[in-house]
Design a protein around this ligand. Structure first.
Ligand SMILES: [Zn+2]
Length: 313
């Protein structure tokens, strides 16, 4: 076999693998920073590290902002963290001003909070001749009744927003709370253990979502992956990238993922739960997700997260 022929075969194999790759949009909630409040220098370093990691792997991403984090004397420097996301080529969306639960908040107050949550972000995007398009429900809680949900989503549509659903998640906030707690105690060994558990759990849950998608749709949809702008994720970008690579998942923009026809399937869920959309669609389609082999979060992570009582995600 000539070298040229071998090269041709190799490129064909690589091309086929590429063509078969699934797609996933990465989204990061609770910008500028998830977790306990930190000195601005730490927040800036965390943001720089997370964005450098995403750029290193050429991952597009969408960040969802809680503008309450910008309040106070450090407003300009905290706003500068959002500007870094835009400078890195990422998109930004609205996650409510103060991360309210629509299950527990009257809808008028919830709408006012969402409107307040776009003040800075929308201005930053407008300055770049872009518009703010995506809204991510805090806690993924979409309203206790259909009437409340419709009231809010009518407001969203009237303000140029579309809902950013979630079709893949890895409970990263629970691991992030345990990680931050270990780092606060300066217990590097415990932090490393949490990070290891996080990577192992992610490596197990990503294929579970792929299987679940096949149960519902007979194929793998373009996923929307919920993550948070945490210290844990800033420290884990390379490991996350290798999991996506191993799973033949290519990172794409949220806009591209949302063009998958699966997202035209409305979910009519009304209730207190903040489920991701595969669970919602399973109810609508009368199908059962493969819960029997759903990976479990280690008990010590849940216990550590409960101790922090961070309560935000
Ligand atoms: Zn959140």
């Amino acid at each position: 076999m000539t070298i040229l022929f071998r090269l041709a075969i190799l490129s064909l194999v690589l091309w086929c693998q590429r063509a078969e790759a699934g797609e996933v949009a990465l989204t990061f909630d609770d910008l500028p920073i998830y977790g306990p409040s930190r000195p601005i220098a730490d927040s800036a370093a965390l943001t720089r590290q997370l964005l450098a990691g995403l750029k290193r792997h050429r991952f597009p991403a969408t960040g969802f902002v809680n503008e309450i984090q910008l309040a106070g004397a450090e407003r300009p420097v905290r706003t500068a963290l959002l500007i870094r996301w835009l400078d890195a080529g990422m998109d930004l969306g609205n996650h409510g001003y103060s991360h309210l639960s629509l299950t527990n908040t009257p809808v008028r107050a919830y709408i006012a909070d969402a409107a307040r949550g776009e003040t800075v972000t929308r201005a930053l995007l407008t300055k770049r001749r872009r518009s703010e398009h995506w809204y991510r429900y805090p806690f993924l809680e979409t309203g206790p009744t259909l009437a409340i949900r419709r009231t809010f989503e009518t407001w969203l549509a009237g303000h140029g927003y579309a809902v950013a659903p979630v079709t893949m998640e890895n409970a990263d906030w629970e691991f992030a709370d345990a990680y931050d707690e270990a780092l606060a105690r300066k217990d590097q060994a415990a932090a490393a253990k949490v990070r290891q558990a996080y990577i192992a759990y992610t490596a197990a849950i990503v294929p579970w979502y792929r299987r679940s998608s096949v149960v519902l749709f007979g194929r793998e949809i373009r996923f929307v992956f919920l993550l948070h702008a945490s210290r844990l994720n800033a420290d884990s970008v390379d490991a996350l990238a290798s999991i996506l690579d191993h799973q033949h998942l290519r990172a794409v923009t949220l806009t591209r993922a949302m063009a998958d026809p699966a997202y035209r399937l409305k979910d009519d869920y009304a209730g207190p739960n903040g489920d991701e959309w595969l669970t919602r669609w399973a109810g609508k389609l009368h199908k059962t997700l493969p819960y029997g082999d759903l990976p479990t979060i280690p008990a010590d992570i849940i216990a550590a997260e409960a101790r922090t009582d961070a309560g935000s995600r």
